[in-house]
Design a binder for this molecule. Structure first.
Ligand SMILES: O=C(O)C(=O)C[C@]1(C(=O)O)C=C[C@@H](O)C=C1
Length: 276
């Protein structure tokens, strides 16, 4: 008998990650909210869930760093798909309250950052919470608090939307990854491959030698990001995303060449970009 797939996401209900997970699951799948992104990776690694959806990059604020760190540390978890959703923020408060009565704006740190200019104009302090939905729960208890989050929060937590589309940049989108343990994918024609590398030593041309290989194989890079390797000041890991699947001839060649030139090399997956 086919067991229903269990799919983890950053909860509780009403987060943007909840909105995102609903876009990619089947009716038969069970979705499971988690308090943190780290907990999602742990349960996926321990086979307690079959799949997971995690935010990885926002067009305003950049990478979701905990996701990058977990991708580095959990060796068997692979990216199998990616997709983007528009992130439209709203300001919500308890029914019967007015903005003048609000003393604090609560949300996940990403939405707070995505609405920085808006909050600055409100001239009210902020409080960071584990997710937008946790913040909404808090607002149901504290009548002088407001939450920044999506429209789903109004119904789920019985709150009133007092301002819409408040993100500082109107084209605010977040890219999400679909993750699976030990997964293998086939090329679809619209794939990306993500790797992590570190360089042997800090000398002129070190990174150039790696980039040169991508140019030689005509591989288009879509993102490069450095993160501290945690080995000491000035020591970095480089996250590199490229167009193509690792089974494509030029990608397979470039990965072999790059692997020979670097100290640390890890493939995070070759995965399809899907439209939601
Ligand atoms: O708190 C939420 O609603 C989340 O789903 C988290 C999260 C994030 O970590 O980036 C997801 C997408 C948006 O960029 C804002 C917040």
């Amino acid at each position: 008998m086919n067991k229903n797939k269990q799919v983890g996401y950053l909860g509780p209900e009403g987060t943007f990650s909840h909105e995102a997970v609903l876009k990619v699951v089947d009716e038969t799948d069970e979705i499971k909210p988690y308090p943190t992104i780290l907990n999602i990776f742990e349960d996926l690694e321990d086979n307690k869930i079959d799949m997971a959806i995690v935010p990885v990059e926002n067009s305003t604020e950049g990478s979701v760093l905990i996701t990058l760190d977990c991708l580095t540390n959990f060796n068997n978890i692979k990216i199998i798909q990616e997709f983007q959703i528009p992130i439209k923020h709203n300001l919500l408060i308890q029914h019967g309250k007015t903005i003048d009565e609000i003393k604090v704006i609560c949300s996940h740190q990403q939405p707070l950052a995505q609405c920085r200019e808006y909050i600055y104009k409100l001239k009210k302090p902020v409080q960071s919470m584990p997710s937008t939905a946790n913040a909404a729960r808090y607002v149901t208890e504290i009548e002088t608090a407001a939450v920044i989050g999506n429209k789903m929060l109004a119904d789920k937590y019985d709150l009133k939307i007092i301002d819409e589309n408040i993100q500082d940049y109107k084209n605010n989108v977040t890219r999400f990854l679909v993750l699976k343990k030990d997964a293998k994918t086939k090329p679809t024609g619209h794939d990306k491959t993500s790797i992590i590398i570190s360089l042997y030593d800090d000398k002129p041309g070190g990174f150039y030698k790696v980039l040169y290989e991508f140019k030689e194989e005509n591989v288009n890079l879509t993102h490069i990001e450095s993160r501290p390797s945690k080995e000491g000041m000035g020591k970095y890991l480089f996250f590199i995303d490229m167009e193509g699947h690792k089974l494509d001839e030029n990608i397979s060649r470039v990965l072999m060449k790059v692997e020979k030139k670097v100290k640390m090399f890890k493939i995070l997956g070759s995965y399809e970009t899907i439209n939601c």
